[in-house]
Design a protein around this ligand. Structure first.
Ligand SMILES: [Fe+2]
Ligand SMILES: [Fe+2]
Length: 320
């Protein structure tokens, strides 16, 4: 096999696929247009607020929630670089490359913010819980591109988006509140990469391969729930409701799955299964409360297109 894929432009495309690839290519161009300078943005926000102000009583909880987020950004950087290397055709490669560029920025900006908030970041003090480590290593170590897209872009990134959104609303620190929308806008584009490219990979799958992908997705759901559970005390100290984080994450995942299944023209149904598992476990873990309106808050507007997906998943993030 040659080292370079000289036949990458040889495949005929249907009109529907051509439109989908245009949207995928647009992820790259939008990423370039909306790229922000992490050094300038952080410095401007810190200066505006006269420094980083995390109340001492919340510092350990910040470390326990945003430490895993920091390492999650590094995992997302590695996984998007793996996708950039292996995904074809050109448009998907471009979108994954753009994501790798974004994730590098997320990693160094989160590192610099945590250094200001908590002091020097050291591997011995800012660590992942074993459940979160297991979650990310499953996606990192999988050789299967569909599993990587499902695990990172559709499951881990939608959950990270939920934590960012909820943490922004909790107003833990004015610098963090103003910084998080920059992350949210980028992450929504990354979810768009998953919703556009995964259906094309899934269409070529046998029943066995589809079943394997569903099983992988359920395992990721299990470890997402375990990570959420491990972070529960710290989430509460920061003013975040773990049940609400989970239900919001479920709502976002259900929406992107709906989009994926519609485009795949296959009745695989894993989205339903994962949604039911998340809901059942949430009910077991936390006392039931009225969740009316929560799922409905996101349940519109996913008619297709990365921008619509992004707007729906980040309903009130300001324009970058
Ligand atoms: Fe990120
Ligand atoms: Fe991301």
């Amino acid at each position: 096999m040659p080292a370079l894929p000289y036949d990458m432009f040889d495949l005929e495309r249907s009109a529907a696929d051509a439109r989908r690839f245009d949207r995928v290519e647009n992820i790259y161009h939008r990423g370039q247009d909306l790229a922000w300078d992490g050094r300038d943005v952080l410095e401007r926000i810190v200066t505006k607020h006269g420094g980083v102000h995390v109340p001492p009583a919340k510092q350990d909880a910040l470390r326990r929630v945003f430490g895993p987020i920091l390492w999650g950004e590094l995992a997302a950087w590695k996984i998007s670089a793996q996708l950039a290397d292996r995904l074809e055709p050109l448009e998907a490669k471009m979108a994954a490359t753009s994501q790798a560029h974004d994730e590098a920025r997320h990693f160094y900006v989160m590192h610099d913010y945590l250094t200001l908030a908590l002091g020097a970041v050291r591997g011995s003090t800012v660590r992942m819980h074993p459940a979160s480590e297991r979650l990310l290593s499953m996606v990192l170590e999988s050789d299967d591109l569909a599993q990587k897209l499902m695990g990172m872009q559709l499951q881990v990134e939608t959950t990270a988006l939920t934590i960012f959104q909820h943490a922004r609303e909790a107003r833990i620190c004015p610098v963090l509140t103003e910084l998080l929308p920059y992350f949210e806008k980028d992450e929504a584009r990354h979810v768009g990469l998953g919703t556009q490219v995964l259906p094309m990979l899934m269409r070529g799958m046998s029943r066995l391969e589809s079943a394997r992908l569903s099983a992988f997705s359920l395992r990721i759901t299990f470890w997402l729930l375990a990570s959420n559970r491990a972070m529960e005390p710290a989430l509460r100290v920061l003013g975040l409701d773990p049940r609400r984080v989970l239900m919001l994450a479920k709502s976002k995942q259900t929406l992107v799955w709906d989009e994926v299944w519609r485009a795949t023209e296959k009745q695989v149904g894993v989205g339903d299964a994962v949604g039911r598992v998340m809901e059942a476990i949430a009910s077991g873990l936390w006392p039931p409360e009225d969740q009316r309106g929560l799922a409905g808050a996101f349940a519109h507007g996913l008619g297709g297109g990365v921008d619509q997906v992004a707007t729906t998943i980040v309903p009130d993030a300001p324009e970058a």
